[in-house]
Design a protein around this ligand. Structure first.
Ligand code: ZN
Length: 121
């Protein structure tokens, strides 16, 4: 498949090289190799850095929201916990995969353009 966007493929959890094969073999485990094109996905794995990034990204608005609710409405602390803790978890887990996919795809796109500069394409 030519002309696909590697970043969109990564966002959708697809191989950035062909946009066809699945990028993940587990929840956050990157597949060794693309089933569709055989691209070495393990080499492009961005590691666990994005996970920390996602937790910060999802955590900050939630912590601010929780603090705001606390000061504005002064609810009992368990109300804050019951509302915001699941939200933080859902947001974190919901964003982790697409974000990891995008970062991996960005790394892939970067390498691809470097290869082109070397005249290997
Ligand atoms: Zn592929």
């Amino acid at each position: 498949m030519r002309g696909h966007n590697p970043l969109l493929a990564g966002l959708a959890g697809r191989c950035p090289n062909c946009g066809e094969g699945p990028l993940f073999s587990g929840f956050l485990k990157v597949a060794e190799r693309c089933e569709a094109c055989g691209y070495d996905l393990a080499k492009a794995d961005s590691g666990d850095g994005p996970v920390v990034f996602v937790i910060l990204l999802a955590g900050f608005p939630c912590v601010f929201g929780a603090l705001f609710t606390q000061f504005a409405f002064d609810p009992p602390i368990w109300v804050t916990m019951v509302i915001w803790m699941p939200l933080i978890l859902i947001l974190s887990f919901g964003l982790m995969r697409p974000l990891k996919g995008v970062l991996l795809a960005a790394q892939f796109a970067n390498k691809a353009s470097e290869a082109r500069r070397d005249g290997q394409d």
